[in-house]
Design a protein around this ligand. Structure first.
Ligand SMILES: [Zn+2]
Length: 281
């Protein structure tokens, strides 16, 4: 009888312990939710602060990877909407100070796309200069001021690539001054390689900036769907041969159509489309 009683008591104690643990866990969970809510309400009213957002690391996933950057967004909201509607993990690079730069950058981040600042830099021909661009010979103060302003215009940027820049990216002094500023802000850099003489990637590496460069041809130098599909095939082949490829195109209707037609094939061929932040080292 006594033995039976002590058995029941033990069961009762066990039950109480389990219940207590359950309640503690539940409260812990509530606490986490509450703290999440607290941190949300705390950061929400802040002005357009850069939200630290990193693509999930996938280095453990084997197989070739392809990142596609679409440059020159900022002016055309419809073009941005058309990119969003593709529903692929694409990276968009936004020119600063255009009519919809900030809006597009913020919406793209909400939609899970990666955003870069498409940093205007002086081209040799300089035929279509942006209102603000980096110039060889500019003072370090002017450089820092320009970069700050541009990043305010594209507040959700995780990284930077150059727009034009055949003159500026070949200037070791300018690139050598730019890269530590990117490092300070924890931004990665992709060299668009608009000239064979570029030293931007080397300078980025020297400054310890996570960096990469376009290592397959531009997708849409010829704005024709068949031609762009061919370039996409080359990019996929490049990804297979090199293990990873960074391609750059633009949100032209022809480019978006070619992407729509070709990207399902990439998956079928085992090439994984990734955000460019996964490929910078
Ligand atoms: Zn560009």
């Amino acid at each position: 009888m006594a033995r039976k009683n002590s058995g029941t008591a033990r069961k009762l104690i066990f039950l109480i312990v389990v219940c207590a643990a359950g309640v503690a866990l539940w409260m812990g969970g509530c606490d986490k939710i509450a703290s999440k809510f607290r941190s949300k309400t705390k950061t929400q009213p802040a002005k357009k602060e850069k939200v630290a957002r990193r693509a999930p690391p996938s280095t453990s996933v084997p197989g070739p990877k392809l990142a596609i950057i679409l440059d020159d967004l900022g002016n055309d909201k419809e073009a941005a909407e058309a990119v969003f509607a593709l529903h692929y993990p694409l990276t968009i690079s936004v020119l600063p100070y255009h009519a919809h730069s900030t809006e597009i950058a913020e919406e793209a981040q909400r939609r899970g796309l990666e955003v870069m600042l498409h940093l205007p830099m002086r081209a040799i021909a300089n035929e279509t200069p942006e209102g603000h661009q980096l110039e060889a010979g500019m003072s370090s103060e002017a450089l820092a001021r320009e970069l700050t302003g541009m990043l305010e215009s594209v507040p959700t940027a995780d990284g930077v690539n150059n727009h034009e820049g055949s003159l500026a990216t070949a200037d070791a002094k300018l690139m050598g001054e730019l890269m530590p500023l990117l490092k300070q802000r924890d931004l990665f850099f992709v060299d668009s390689r608009t000239t064979a003489a570029t030293v931007a990637f080397e300078e980025a590496e020297r400054a310890g900036v996570r960096s990469g460069f376009r290592n397959v041809p531009f997708l849409d130098d010829v704005q024709d769907v068949a031609a762009i599909r061919k370039e996409l095939e080359l990019a996929m082949r490049g990804a297979k041969e090199k293990g990873a490829a960074i391609a750059i195109g633009h949100p032209h209707a022809e480019t978006l159509r070619a992407l729509k037609e070709e990207l399902p094939r990439a998956q079928a061929e085992g090439v994984r489309l990734v955000l460019v932040s996964e490929l910078v080292k």
